[in-house]
Design a protein. Structure first.
Length: 331
């Protein structure tokens, strides 16, 4: 074993999810690819005293270099402690697609990994997930699996249609793999275009309201595996205020629709213990950067546009922790 996450200030997700389940809230899992994003995650979760999962996708590893990301994550925990914040922090691989990638992450100090075998036939998904679990548990690293397919883009895999998780498979999957948490498909999807306008209804204010998540499937799953932590991917709300700023400042994001906050609040009170948010952060950054560029065309110091993006990202994440996931004050 090269390095253990325990020596780097991270925790695995076991205790986090136990408390989240019992407390009726969800732990935020925010993706990061750069310094401003990780600073925002740590600052927002420190200030709101929320447990947090910082997650890294394969795309992030390619973009920013895996070694650099690893050290940034370690530095972020140190920064939090220096600032007097003691919330638990997990470092998690998002959408790991091979056993080898999971091993690499575990050896470099990740405290949690996802092995996403959801695109494989069921038996292959079981086999791959069980293999990762067997390895990860030797080092007390927690593992997230996935059953059912989310529509949209998961790194390089594009799924046109979502395939809802079959509750009947869940108990068998959890038992055979020994996985610690499970991502399910109940109507969320990745990215900023989660629903087509024609799937939505208009409310009294003329705002498009997407179809509700399949809470009936979630309830069935909860019955099959009582007390087991469930994960919701593709859970950005695609916050209309930021889409509006993007549109007003030269962007084009017509028909960007996400999961309404009330639906996420409801999910967070159930067996859903981890909620993944990436697109909302991307939208906040893009909105603020576009605004600075439009308002101050002569500006060319990156700190002058990344700084405001970082400030707004912190605000958005504190709001999520306090008012959507319910994780604030639980650190
Ligand atoms: O699940 C997808 C995450 O939002 C990561 O996205 O693969 O573009 O880094 P990415
Ligand atoms: P969003 O695209 O809805 O933010 O989902 C992110 C995610 O699920 C990362 O794994
Ligand atoms: Zn995801």
């Amino acid at each position: 074993m090269a390095v253990s996450y325990k020596d780097l200030g991270f925790v695995n997700t076991k205790e986090m999810f136990k408390k989240a389940f019992e407390g009726g809230y969800a732990v935020p899992a925010y993706n990061f690819n750069n310094m401003e994003q990780i600073q925002s995650i740590i600052t927002a979760c420190g200030k709101s005293n929320s447990p947090v999962i910082m997650q890294v996708s394969s795309g992030a590893r390619k973009y920013a270099n895996e070694t650099l990301l690893q050290y940034m994550a370690q530095g972020a925990v140190k920064m939090a402690r220096q600032q007097g914040h003691n919330m638990p922090v997990a470092l998690h691989l998002d959408h790991g697609d091979t056993f080898e990638l999971c091993v690499q992450c575990i050896e470099s100090g990740f405290s949690s990994v996802m092995i996403d075998g959801s695109h494989h036939p069921y038996e292959k998904n079981v086999e791959l997930t069980a293999k990762v679990v067997e390895y990860a548990h030797k080092y007390d690293v927690t593992v997230e699996g996935e059953l059912g397919v989310l529509a949209g883009i998961e790194d390089d895999v594009v799924a046109a249609e979502s395939v809802y998780t079959q509750p009947d498979q869940v108990e068998d999957f959890v038992k055979k793999t020994g996985v610690d948490s499970l991502a399910i498909s109940i109507g969320t999807s990745h990215g900023a275009f989660k629903f087509k306008p024609e799937q939505c209804t208009k409310n009294e204010k003329g705002v498009l309201v997407p179809p509700p998540l399949r809470f009936d499937i979630l309830e069935e799953i909860e019955k099959r595996v009582p007390g087991f932590p469930i994960v919701l991917h593709g859970a950005s709300s695609v916050l209309p205020e930021y889409v509006k700023i993007i549109e007003e400042n030269g962007g084009a994001l017509k028909a960007a629709i996400g999961i309404p906050s009330e639906q996420l609040r409801k999910a967070a009170k159930s067996a859903v213990c981890k909620i993944n948010i990436d697109s909302d952060g991307r939208l906040v950054m893009t909105a603020m950067i576009r605004k600075v560029f439009k308002d101050s065309p002569a500006e060319f110091d990156p700190r002058k546009y990344l700084g405001p993006a970082r400030e707004e990202l912190i605000k958005m994440m504190i709001d999520k922790n306090e008012n959507v996931l319910g994780s604030a004050g639980k650190g």
